[in-house]
Design a protein around this ligand. Structure first.
Ligand code: ZN
Length: 580
């Protein structure tokens, strides 16, 4: 089933691809209007314009405890092929980086408060460095445990709400003032100790103004009309906290090579209610050749939705096919997205009205993925995957699994079967972990289907073994991360169904391909039913039972730590890093 029936279509596809490549090669050479940055000297321009930051994870000073924490990370430099950029595209970068830096400053305030005061108070240089990586004194990849003396537990609502506020107090006050539950407001106490909402553009007026000015300056150099429109609307949004028009414009951008994702976006930092968006920014350069290859998959979503192994009512919604999927090199991360473990794929916007009108865009950050693959997944496999299966741990499969994870968010259903609520609304604080678990497992399902149908070439064994190795990588993010919990659930579920076995003599795991398919289908059905039923109690019980790290797994994770295999990456980044 895995390797015989697909031979013919695969060979045909290969030849078609070859013929296409030969036909289009001359066009690529003559049809490209940009790429004059080499003559302009983009690298020289950028290194003269800017600096770079590089977290020192191999610190020789500081406490052993602090150095141990730092050693969980490894450093990677963010850059790309600058010869692809036009002079104007190159000239935009300093403005985009400066705008992104403002999100850095805002996120510190949202996550902790006064950055400099905290850093100045830390004597141990290793712990000071670790506080920078975590944007505060709590260990994001260590269950948010405080790593400084005298610091209590991390407030569930971070610094987005007053630390002494109870859920009940908030809920009572929010009835009278719905702005308190707004996506773009900070909640503080007024002079009478009552809860008060302050819009981000007032709470962070200086930063928003500067970021807005920089986006405006960048827009001057934007030759692509879609990008220019987006930059101008985004500049306005930062000043008004009305992001919808710019989200719409972002969805309309199709041909731009330079990309900036900026503003208050994800709500993970608000673990109290999930209401508040945290500030972040990415500056990205589109990888045109990979993007071409990816654009085909969205059109296959309806076929994939139809094939889901669940009763019809659990797949009655129609996935949008107009959504686009592109690959990028990331050249800057700021704020929320740079805190703790690093994102390697983006699926935005979050605004449901924009999603309904225009779909979503999925951005795969290929250089960050390659870093995690080389520096983390390969060494993990060397210790935990059966020797004869290690050859199946490949970057192509890792890239594919991650790519399909993002596409798979579009499969399944968004509303409960009884129509009373969105799945997210019904499952509350468990929604994220279950949705991430869904995307992971449906990602694998998609690959298996596409290979089966001859739509994708490749060896499913690579996807499965790489998927198994990926579980060990992501379980290490810990129980405080939605991705970490999703992977614990999958590990235990797969273990129960015999999708892998552990060889005690070598301490390695072996994928059982046939049983993994069965486990994949069973977990898919389990998750889609819980979502469709909006079964809050059922999910709570499922998470309680499965989102844990059994003793044997913990011992194996400890072996990874003892071997010095990093948990995640930090970035050497900035204009000078791009130019280096
Ligand atoms: Zn996801």
């Amino acid at each position: 089933m895995l390797d015989s029936t697909r031979i013919n279509p695969t060979i045909v596809m290969k030849y078609l691809a070859l013929i296409l490549a030969v036909l289009t090669a001359p066009l690529m050479l003559t049809g490209c209007t940009s790429g004059d940055a080499d003559a302009f000297g983009c690298a020289t321009f950028l290194s003269e314009e800017g600096t770079m930051t590089s977290p020192d994870v191999d610190m020789t000073e500081g406490s052993e405890f602090g150095r141990g924490l730092l050693s969980q990370f490894t450093s990677f430099r963010l850059t790309t092929d600058l010869s692809m950029l036009s002079e104007n595209e190159c000239r935009m970068l300093p403005h985009l980086f400066a705008a992104a830096d403002q999100m850095e400053s805002i996120f510190w305030k949202q996550a902790w408060g006064n950055r400099d005061e905290l850093l100045d108070s830390i004597d141990d240089p290793a712990l000071r460095e670790y506080a920078k990586i975590n944007y505060g004194p709590w260990d994001r990849i260590g269950g948010n445990a405080p790593f400084l003396d005298g610091i209590g537990d991390k407030p569930a609502g971070s610094n987005l709400y007053p630390p002494d506020m109870s859920k009940a107090e908030f809920e009572a006050a929010a009835v009278a003032d719905p702005e308190l539950a707004g996506l773009y407001t900070m909640v503080v106490r007024d002079a009478d100790e009552r809860l008060k909402a302050i819009p981000y553009h007032e709470a962070f007026a200086d930063e928003m103004q500067r970021a807005s000015d920089e986006l405006g300056a960048a827009a001057e150099y934007a030759d692509d009309p879609g990008l220019k429109e987006y930059l101008m609307l985004r500049a306005e949004a930062l000043m008004t906290s009305d992001y919808q028009p710019s989200d719409m414009a972002w969805m309309d951008m199709k041909d731009n090579r330079i990309e900036i994702v900026i503003g208050p976006i994800e709500t993970y930092e608000d673990a109290l209610f999930g209401y508040k968006a945290a500030a972040e920014a990415f500056v990205l350069i589109k990888d045109m050749s990979w993007s071409e290859r990816l654009s085909r998959y969205a059109s296959l979503l309806p076929m994939l939705q139809e094939g889901l192994p669940v009763p019809p009512e659990y797949k009655q919604e129609t996935p949008g096919t107009d959504s686009d999927l592109n690959a990028y090199d990331a050249i800057y991360y700021a704020g929320d997205t740079n805190a703790g473990s690093k994102t390697i794929a983006i699926n935005l916007p979050n605004d449901e009205q924009v999603q309904l009108a225009k779909g979503t865009r999925r951005l795969q950050l290929k250089n960050s993925m390659q870093a995690k693959f080389d520096k983390i997944l390969v060494p993990i496999s060397g210790l935990l995957i059966a020797e004869d299966q290690r050859e199946y741990v490949t970057f192509d499969a890792f890239f594919g699994n991650t790519m399909f994870h993002e596409v798979a968010h579009g499969l399944g259903i968004k509303n409960t079967l009884d129509g009373s609520s969105t799945v997210r609304g019904a499952l509350k604080e468990h929604a994220s972990a279950l949705e991430e678990g869904k995307a992971d497992i449906l990602g694998l399902y998609m690959v298996s289907k596409l290979i089966e149908e001859g739509e994708e070439e490749g060896d499913l064994r690579e996807n499965m073994v790489t998927f198994l190795a990926g579980i060990f990588r992501s379980v290490r993010f810990g129980a405080s991360s939605a991705h970490g919990r999703a992977n614990m659930i999958r590990f235990n579920f797969f273990s129960e169904m015999g999708a892998f076995t552990r060889d005690d003599a070598t301490g390695t795991y072996r994928a059982d391909y046939d049983k993994m398919i069965l486990a994949m289908n069973a977990l898919t059905e389990k998750i889609l039913r819980l979502q469709g039923d909006g079964d809050y109690e059922g999910v709570a019980q499922f998470v309680d039972e499965y989102a844990r790290v059994p003793q044997q797994l913990q011992a194996d994770l400890d072996r990874l730590a003892d071997a010095g295999i990093p948990v995640d990456i930090v970035f050497e980044q900035g204009l000078a890093a791009v130019a280096k």
